[in-house]
Design a protein around this ligand. Sequence first.
Ligand SMILES: Nc1ncnc2c1ncn2[C@@H]1O[C@H](COP(=O)(O)OP(=O)(O)OP(=O)(O)O)[C@@H](O)[C@H]1O
Length: 579
Amino acid sequence: MKEIKYLFKKMAQFEPSMFVLTLIYAIFIGLKPFLWIISPAYIIKNYKSNPKFLAIFFIGLIFISTLVSFFDSFVMGNYRMKMNNVRYKLMNMVTEYSLYLPYALKKDKEESEKINNATKAVESPFNGAGGLMMTLPEFLAQMISLTGFIWIFLRMDFLVVMTTLILTIITSFILSKVPKIYDSYWTSNSANWNRFAKVNNEMRSPLSKQDILIFDITKLFSSYYMNTHYNRIDDYARTNKKATTVFSLAKFINLIRDAIIIYWLSTSLIKGTIDIGDFYVYFTAVFAFINFNTMSMWIFSDLSYSYSIFKPFFEIIKVEKEKGEEFYPEKLEIRFDSVYFKYPESDDYILKNLNLTIKNNESIALVGENGAGKSTLAMLLAGFYKPSKGRILFNGKNLQDLDINYNKLISSVFQDSSLFPFSIRENILLKDSNKNLDAIYKMTHLDEIIDTYKQGENQTLLRILDDNGVDLSGGQKQRLFLARAIAKEKTKILILDEPTAQLDALNERELYQLYHTLVKNKSSIFISHRLASTKFCDRIIYMKDGEILASGSHEELMQKNDEYRDLYNLQAKNYKEVL
Ligand SMILES: Nc1ncnc2c1ncn2[C@@H]1O[C@H](COP(=O)(O)OP(=O)(O)OP(=O)(O)O)[C@@H](O)[C@H]1O
């Protein structure tokens, strides 16, 4: 029940008045049935002695009853709004959880299932957290009604009350089988349903369209579709038959119960052991109780269903971890110390015994063939993954041991950086504001793109949130990512992973000139497949199969490493030939 306690805590935190509304609702709605059970008996008993007062009493009763009904809708309307507010706050927690999920877990199936289930737990106002909150006032009202019924039953014949209770419980038990009968139909038919849905999808899929039209296989598709459909209908008919049998049995028991009650009430009235007022009270109370019992069954099944949907929400509640100590040194030396790394989903080491020191403000170029492990190294530096073996040290401190938060230190352009469906300006500044971006637009030539839009820097990108959003070309995107990396101020590490891969030769050259400014006062890693583009870096690291083969200036590598020299000469030749 820790889940319910947690939900109450959140209600108390975000909308404490929900508890007051629950109490008001429960008292009024819980006592409402007794207004019409007890009052008429009072009128019958006192009619002769005080007819005038009773007329007023009767009018008052109608007035109060109307007021309670109005009050009911008013209180529940308010309560529903507050319930939605709590739900949105919980939904926000799921969003935050998925946004801040560690990079290494982004493809983890268990994690994505957790997030899906947690979303289901809070997305609907009818089940999960919403269902639990909405059923709470009803549940409390039922409890109050139950006390009222017990009070009346204590005055009735013990045997009759017991028989009524036992028979009501038996019918409830029999009727509880009905949802199970339908459940087993859904379960046994879900495979059938899925096939049905797949055939249906396949028929509509644009990919199948060509073959369906040219080879005219509509009839074949339709026959599969209809067969699945007929199977379903037959099964449903069988299920309905079973449910009807159960219903009939319950109705028969109800009939016996009603006959016993009416027999006892009539004979007691004739014998004079109860008067007409009592007759009315007992009669209405017993049948109101039967209704109450059916309602309770629904409420309990709603509660347990909502509870089962809400439970997985707990999986995503992070134990409030203290954010790591903020780390922002004046000078920074980064050291990869015998680092080995393999991806969570693979068996082989991608980086093997990697030793590398990046001095304060040193700019490093990482070069090497496709798959050498350059991006992997950069991702480890960004903290997206942790070394499988070995350590990464910042000023001699092991990142893993320290739990430090060095997010503020890093800026990056990765190969798979993303655009967000917001304005160009927001895509660059993200959360920040009040920054003069004009110089950055100019530096990255984004101003030329911005000038083509009527809305300028406020033009929305992508068409997810805005139908008038625009798409950018590969090269335009790269300029935007660079602008984003530049706009993040006071960073000490800059990672540029193939930031020019999609630029044409002219833009590429201009951007290389820009790098000199970019990497100033920072430690940087620049990954490029083009060896000639790395000359502005202080040092070049040549990687192959997850290892560092050589390190030094361009001239040094040309002298001491044959592979580097061959690759450089080959690229130089090809580049000239192409141009
Ligand atoms: N998420 C991943 N899961 C498993 N293996 C991966 C993953 N990402 C990359 N790899 C593998 O790791 C190796 C190194 O990849 P990486 O992207 O670091 O190389 P790279 O030197 O940057 O290559 P490129 O020049 O093509 O970008 C490759 O063999 C690649 O298949």
